[in-house]
Design a protein around this ligand. Structure first.
Ligand code: ADP
Ligand code: MG
Length: 390
């Protein structure tokens, strides 16, 4: 047994912790706070799951002394919001899962579909680990099972030689399985899920005639899948599979201030992980988020038309740029991060389509220039940095 200290060192040395570990204290608190009835297999009540994801709206939740587990849990806790968006959307997702239906989150890249699926799985079943990453090379084994070939050769097909997929493990343990980017898998591979979601059973023909010839799903099992509208779309999904999912569309963050504070918060955390303090001016972040929003929506805050680049200007990408500015500011003394903004924007905008470069220049010659002419010092400096876009 490793000592607690050793264990902590290994945990802290991981680059990214899964949601259930990152938010372990909040999850334990919410489990004790809301003792109401839960759907079978759930670690929290449906309403506590929503509170975990959307936050407690700044209010401190209180725990009576008898539920504090000998002082292990705090008496009061404000639950931080994690997903920024409509609470009603999160409630619908939770209701879908409580009804043991599949949930499909669709939307543009970088709208926090994966994050939402991870948070839901962590809050509902205590683990977000049972995940399949869909790719063009994903085979049915990823949804069903494979074999440990050494054991298969030595023993033949036995339960010990079988290697369960994350989906199979979720079925057996009554948990949520996550399937990322489901539409990247070939449609015939996706269809392995049809029988799993309808029969709630997985046949293992190799073990026919034994008691292990099928794996049955226990209560609590369900699936959350995500799909990007930019990849091969959901249009190629079979009708049979579509019917087994409730679709929820996740939109980019509507409110500019909410997006700004999210970008600030996440970039601060990222720079702290890089071992430095975040010291980028709010005014610079405001410029950055404004550019992202204008290019994403095709319209500036003032109502001017903007030509949209082909690349998705997602919040996730804005967080990355803000983090890079933070790291540069912290590690390159004397760097003025505003000078770096055009270069980073170019990197975010110009991915594969050369015309996107022209669109960014067009944005400079339009809104950036007009704001500079209207007397804003910050936009004036950005305008002067147009050369950096070459
Ligand atoms: N509505 C949102 N709420 C919280 N974070 C968001 C939101 N939209 C984007 N983000 C940011 O985007 C990051 C990555 O999103 P991700 O889940 O990978 O997107 P997707 O799976 O939709 O491509 C999140 O970690 C977060 O920093
Ligand atoms: Mg994703």
């Amino acid at each position: 047994m490793p000592s607690v200290k050793e264990e902590l060192t290994t945990i802290q040395s991981r680059q990214i912790l899964p949601a259930e570990e990152r938010h372990a204290a909040e999850l334990a608190f919410l489990a004790a706070h809301d003792e109401g009835p839960r759907p079978p297999g759930w670690v929290l009540t449906p309403s506590a799951v929503v509170t975990f994801i959307c936050g407690s709206q700044g209010q401190a939740l209180t725990l009576p002394p008898r539920r504090r587990k000998d002082g292990e849990l705090p008496a009061k806790l404000v639950v931080a919001p994690k997903f920024v968006g409509e609470r009603a959307l999160v409630e619908r997702c939770v209701v879908t899962l409580a009804g043991e239906r599949g949930l499909l989150l669709v939307g543009e890249p970088g709208t926090a579909k994966s994050m939402l699926s991870e948070l839901l799985a962590a809050a509902v079943s205590g683990t977000s680990d049972l995940t399949v990453q869909g790719t063009a090379g994903t085979t049915e084994d990823a949804f069903r099972y494979g074999w440990n070939y050494a054991l298969l050769l030595a023993q033949g097909p036995t339960p010990q030689a079988l290697v369960a997929s994350p989906v199979m493990t979720a079925m057996r343990t009554g948990r949520v399985a996550r399937i990322e980017e489901i539409t990247r898998c070939l449609p015939e591979v996706q269809d392995a899920l049809v029988s799993i979601l309808s029969d709630r059973r997985l046949n293992i023909p190799e073990l026919a005639g034994t008691s292990d010839a099928s794996a049955a799903a226990v209560p609590g099992f369900t699936v959350i899948a995500t799909a990007n509208l930019r990849d091969r779309g959901v249009s190629e999904m079979s009708a049979a599979l579509k019917r087994r999912f409730n679709f929820e569309t996740v939109h980019p963050i509507a409110d500019a201030d909410a997006e700004l504070s999210l970008v600030r918060g996440q970039a601060t955390a990222a720079v702290q992980r890089a071992g430095a303090a975040f010291a980028v001016d709010d005014a610079v972040l405001d410029v950055l988020v404004t550019v992202f929003r204008d290019l994403r929506t095709g319209r500036s805050a003032e109502g001017w038309d903007v030509e949209r680049p082909g690349t998705v200007m997602s919040t996730a990408e804005a967080v990355h740029v803000a983090s890079s500015l933070g790291v540069a500011g912290a590690y390159f003394a004397g760097a003025d991060v505003l000078d770096l903004v055009p270069g980073h924007l170019l990197g975010a905008v110009h991915k594969d389509d050369p015309a996107d470069h022209g669109r960014l220049l067009g944005y400079w010659d339009g809104p950036v220039r007009r704001r500079a002419e209207d007397g804003s010092a910050l936009w004036r400096r950005l305008w002067d940095l147009r050369e950096n876009l070459r």
